[in-house]
Write a protein of this length. Structure first.
Ligand SMILES: *[C@@H]1O[C@H](CO)[C@@H](O)[C@H](O)[C@H]1NC(C)=O
Ligand SMILES: *[C@@H]1O[C@H](CO)[C@@H](O)[C@H](O)[C@H]1NC(C)=O
Ligand SMILES: *[C@@H]1O[C@H](CO)[C@@H](O)[C@H](O)[C@H]1NC(C)=O
Length: 365
């Protein structure tokens, strides 16, 4: 019996999916989709006697060593959306990620340890074996709602009170970091894993607007604690007394020593650190990386690939909100020095390369 077969049966036995599969013949196809990535040549169970850190490190090495997930292992056409081959687009993205991850000269910008910070970002849906890495400012609230419903704490997306979505004591959506090392390793190795990205600079603009200009969720610490700390360190002209300006924010983000400042801000930095730092895309083998710019195609694709499209749908996406707006990016960056923009790009270069976002040469040159 091949390893893959053996794992099929282990998984089936352990999870009682047999019943589900009998009930939904189509489910079996979705189930199959997960297997090639997750069992890339690895059959030895990890030793659970090592410490958490060691385990995570060895796990990271295992994941790194295993072959990049070849696109052809996904059965042709099974997850095509609207009759078109969106799967090819998704597969190309994963191939790009694995080739950029292997580029030694970008290693600093593409690799990150799978530590507590990353495990805190990943939400777990055990019922359907899904891991979702949160990348704020990219429509994550909607995905969290979808997963909360799947986990069963609420029966529809509409019923979830807004304040409960981000309250992980109440919403029944645990973080991967809340689990034991063994549980973490099992889930990283076998679950369907995804996250969503968008143009890195547009995301920073969105974070700046949301946290420092509008602050719609009433989170006073952004304006009262974080903004003054950034201004103290990065504002050129201290006679100026306005609130945080985009220029100050960019100087902070592009500072090669930003980590010293980050430490004061705790987990609030999730709104502006790189996707690499949030989700470790070169150290965890994700099955799908959605793009905000094509969310209309990606959302149904992800639901189908995760085998949950018959259970839940992604909330309606208002027209126009997902498209890249170059005019907006130009406006925000006008008046910011080339030096500061280049420093910013140097830090976010990994995100641009990994996810196929074009270098913003109109800002850099
Ligand atoms: C690796 O990245 C460097 C720096 O961006 C680039 O010049 C080089 O072409 C890349 N190598 C490969 C094999 O893609
Ligand atoms: C990579 O990281 C090391 C150690 O943090 C640093 O010394 C080096 O300058 C970095 N290289 C690049 C290209 O950023
Ligand atoms: C793009 O951004 C600009 C400036 O913020 C705004 O005026 C314009 O309406 C936006 N365009 C679209 C298509 O949303």
């Amino acid at each position: 019996m091949s390893d893959t077969m053996r794992h099929h049966w282990l998984l089936l036995g352990a999870c009682g999916w047999v019943l589900l599969i009998l009930m939904f013949a189509s489910k079996f196809i979705n189930f199959n989709l997960r297997v090639p990535d997750d069992y890339g040549g690895k059959s030895e169970p990890l030793s659970w006697t090592v410490t958490a850190t060691k385990l995570i490190k060895s796990l990271a090495r295992e994941l790194e060593k295993s072959e990049p997930q070849p696109a052809h292992q996904l059965p042709e056409g099974t997850v095509a959306v609207n009759g078109e081959d969106w799967q090819a687009v998704e597969s190309e993205r994963l191939e790009l990620v694995s080739s950029v991850c292997r580029n030694g000269s970008l290693k600093n910008l593409t690799h990150t340890p799978i530590g507590k910070f990353v495990l805190d970002r990943i939400f777990v849906c055990d019922k359907h074996k899904i891991l979702f890495c949160q990348t704020p400012k990219v429509g994550n609230t909607q995905w969290k709602k979808v997963l909360i419903v799947l986990n069963g704490a609420f029966s529809t997306v509409e019923e979830i009170p807004e304040n409960v979505v981000h309250d992980h004591d109440k919403n029944g959506l645990p973080r991967l970091s809340s689990m034991s090392e063994k549980e973490i390793a099992e889930r990283l190795n076998t679950y369907f894993k995804f996250f969503i990205v968008r143009d890195p600079f547009e995301r920073l603009i969105s974070a700046f607007k949301d946290k420092f200009l509008q602050n719609p969720r009433f989170e006073p610490w952004y304006k009262h604690d974080i903004a003054p700390a950034i201004i103290r360190k990065y504002r050129k002209n201290h006679m100026e007394t306005t609130g945080l300006r985009f220029e100050d924010f960019i100087r902070y983000l592009g500072d090669p020593n930003h980590k010293r400042v980050d430490r004061q801000f705790g987990d609030h930095i999730i709104h502006w650190v790189t996707y690499v730092e949030l989700c470790a895309p070169c150290d965890i083998k994700y099955n799908v990386i959605g793009h905000h710019e094509s969310l209309e195609r990606d959302a149904p694709y992800i639901l189908k690939a995760a085998g949950i499209d018959h259970l839940v749908s992604y909330p309606t996406i208002p027209p126009g909100i997902t498209s890249y707006n170059r005019t907006k990016v130009e406006q925000y960056f006008s008046g910011i020095s080339k030096r500061d923009i280049r420093r910013l790009y140097a830090r976010f270069h990994g995100d641009f390369r990994l996810f196929g976002y074009k270098e913003p040469d109109f800002l850099l040159n």
